[in-house]
Design a binder for this molecule. Structure first.
Ligand code: IMP
Ligand code: MG
Length: 187
């Protein structure tokens, strides 16, 4: 596996520090949205998009000390070895999680904002279930016009427009377990 790695863009330590910073921002926002002592039952639902955001989500939510539910959804966009977006496909029946979305403050988590098709589909699909609010947080955002123009609430890192793996991101299903974010050497 190691022989395929080209360069390290983000180290485990950099990631750890930045994810904590963003978690603090989100925590402050969630406290605004769900004030203590409010009459209503303030509900927070975190929606990580699988599989790419699994590691990001597990780190981030442990730094969000608020009452929350976590509902994963699967959206696929890069079938197999393709490295360019080919549209997004919702693979989770959202009706099954409808009660966690209705009236809830929803935070969608994704690994990377590239063309924006995945987040666009996630936001539209979730809004159809009547949430109180919907915010989005991505671990990475690529330096390409579609990604930069897409409105997103929290971004951990902006990176060059290159294909990256690690910290949950894959190439053909591999490399998700790398603790750093790296580019791959063309082989
Ligand atoms: P979008 O729908 O084009 O914004 O793409 C977002 C999805 O494509 C992400 O959830 C990733 O699964 C995948 N993706 C986009 N760029 C990369 C990359 O550089 N490495 C690995 N996966 C990527
Ligand atoms: Mg993905």
């Amino acid at each position: 596996m190691a022989h395929d790695i080209d360069k390290t863009l983000l180290t485990r330590k950099q990631i750890e520090l930045r994810v904590k910073e963003v978690a603090a921002q989100i925590h402050a926002r969630l406290r605004e949205l769900t004030p203590a002592g409010g009459k209503e039952d303030p509900r927070v639902t975190i929606v990580p998009i699988m599989t790419g955001s699994m590691i990001f989500a597990s780190d981030l939510i442990r730094d969000l000390p608020v009452r929350m539910r976590v509902r994963i959804v699967a959206i696929s966009s890069y079938p197999g070895t393709a490295t360019k977006s080919k549209g997004a496909l919702m693979q989770t029946e959202l009706a099954a999680v409808a009660e966690d979305l209705l009236g809830s403050h929803v935070l969608i988590l994704d690994d990377i904002l590239d063309s924006g098709q995945t987040l666009d589909l996630a936001i539209k699909s979730i809004k159809a279930y009547g949430p109180a609010s919907v915010e989005t947080c991505v671990f990475l955002r690529k330096d390409r016009p579609e990604a930069q123009a897409f409105p997103v609430d929290y971004v951990c890192f902006d990176i060059p427009d290159e294909f990256v793996v690690g910290y949950g991101l894959d190439y053909d299903g591999y490399y998700r377990n790398l603790p750093d974010v790296v580019t791959l050497r063309e082989v």
